[in-house]
Design a protein around this ligand. Structure first.
Ligand code: ZN
Length: 321
């Protein structure tokens, strides 16, 4: 969901594809996306870290003498292409040993089953496994609602962690750190400290106003906290892989956080003035930030998101610490 995502004409179709992709949770896709036409673009980020773009969330890969670790795995029909693209780097013949999921959405975990079936071990935060196992409803607590089917057993993470886990491979301490209640309640940011790269998952995206899955325990304040805390832990020149969109830096993250804070403050002000959700939409209170309004999350959907997040309409909330 990068390049193409930004072309205005493609917005609606792509947004629908994305919603459908989320709905089917990476299982029975195919209605809108012809995966046989998807090509996997591989970009060297730094040292032995690569970014892979196809359809769905960005993938980070550590490729080296010990084998391969990937962060997120897009959709099941792309697994073979992803494996082939990694092999084409001609760095190692060893397989993808570990897959780390940044959160449970199908455009990031859809490949779990085929990767697990070919020998990879899937690792994720506790709530990712719980939500994949049960399925449920994702959404912004308002008009955006997506039914998530329960994932097959083979797609479930075999190793889960509550707060953090470290994978020691290719001479690097690859660390996944849980940030509660941001994009979802099971988000992890993945650090590659030796190579100075980070994968932010969907706590940081480049398609405009972000989707905050309030129905799955997400919140705007959690997203702000996650990005501020993660940024504070990182060197100024770190290379940032967003959940969706082009390779970025910490200035891009700061601009995103600034927008989240300003738009939340605008909705909070309207709440303090006892305005209704409808009034906020009619008065277009997010007009000053309209450059962020997109086909997937437009200004109205983001007002709903912030309204539900700030008033505590969080949908089903799973326990986490
Ligand atoms: Zn997501």
């Amino acid at each position: 969901m990068s390049g193409r995502f930004w072309s205005r004409r493609g917005w609606v179709i792509l947004a629908e594809t994305f919603v459908l992709a989320l709905m089917v949770g990476g299982e029975a896709q195919g209605q809108n996306t012809d995966y046989s036409k998807v090509q996997i673009k591989v970009t060297k980020v730094s040292g032995n870290i690569y970014m892979l773009e196809g359809e769905g969330g960005n993938i980070a890969a550590s490729v080296g003498e010990d084998g391969i670790v990937i962060v997120d795995d897009q959709f099941a029909p792309l697994a073979e292409k992803i494996q082939a693209a990694l092999k084409d780097l001609k760095i190692t013949d060893k397989p993808v040993r570990f897959v780390i999921n940044t959160h449970y959405h199908g455009d990031h975990t859809g490949g779990n089953e085929p990767f697990a079936n070919t020998g990879s071990t899937v690792i994720a935060q506790d709530n990712v496994r719980k939500r994949l196992e049960t399925g449920g409803t994702a959404g912004n607590g308002g008009s955006l609602k997506m039914e998530m089917k329960a994932a097959p057993k083979a797609a479930l993470p075999v190793i889960t962690f509550e707060h953090d886990v470290t994978v020691h491979l290719n001479g690097e301490d690859i660390r996944a750190l849980h940030f509660p209640a941001g994009h979802t309640d099971g988000d992890a940011v993945i650090f590659f400290p030796k190579n100075n790269v980070v994968h932010m998952g969907d706590d940081f995206v480049r398609y405009g106003f972000p989707f905050i899955d309030v129905a799955s325990g997400g919140s705007v304040q959690g997203m702000i906290d996650a990005m501020e805390k993660a940024s504070a832990m990182l060197p100024a020149n770190v290379k940032v892989i967003p959940g969706h969109g082009a390779l970025s830096n910490l200035d891009d993250v700061r601009e995103f956080v600034k927008m989240l804070k300003e738009t939340s403050a605008a909705v909070q002000k309207a709440l303090d003035e006892h305005k209704t959700l409808e009034q906020m939409k009619q008065e277009k209170i997010l007009e000053p930030w309209k450059k962020w309004s997109g086909g997937f999350i437009d200004s109205d959907k983001f007002i709903e998101t912030l309204y539900n997040s700030l008033t505590g309409s969080k949908g089903q909330f799973m326990k986490h610490n």
